[in-house]
Design a protein. Sequence first.
Length: 96
Amino acid sequence: MRIRAPRDIAAAVRGRRLDLGLTQAAVAVQAGVSRKWVYEFEAGKPTAEIGLIFKVLHALELILEASPSESGSDDFDLDDVLRAQGQLGHEETGRG
């Protein structure tokens, strides 16, 4: 599945949860987050913390992979996205 926005990850999480027959509450317990957080994330909350997303992915045995865009037309800078969401300070980047 191509992930281009937070709602894409949320859709993958919801689909996997339903495939496994799990409730939002069960996933929340396994991931160590609140049921409300799972609900909001699955609803497409664009500012969900990446660390919590990874906890949920782990609980559902999902792997997130990154690869270069084929067309290049949809390129974006992940640092800019995280900074816009307040999850990365201006001085924090992976650039060397």
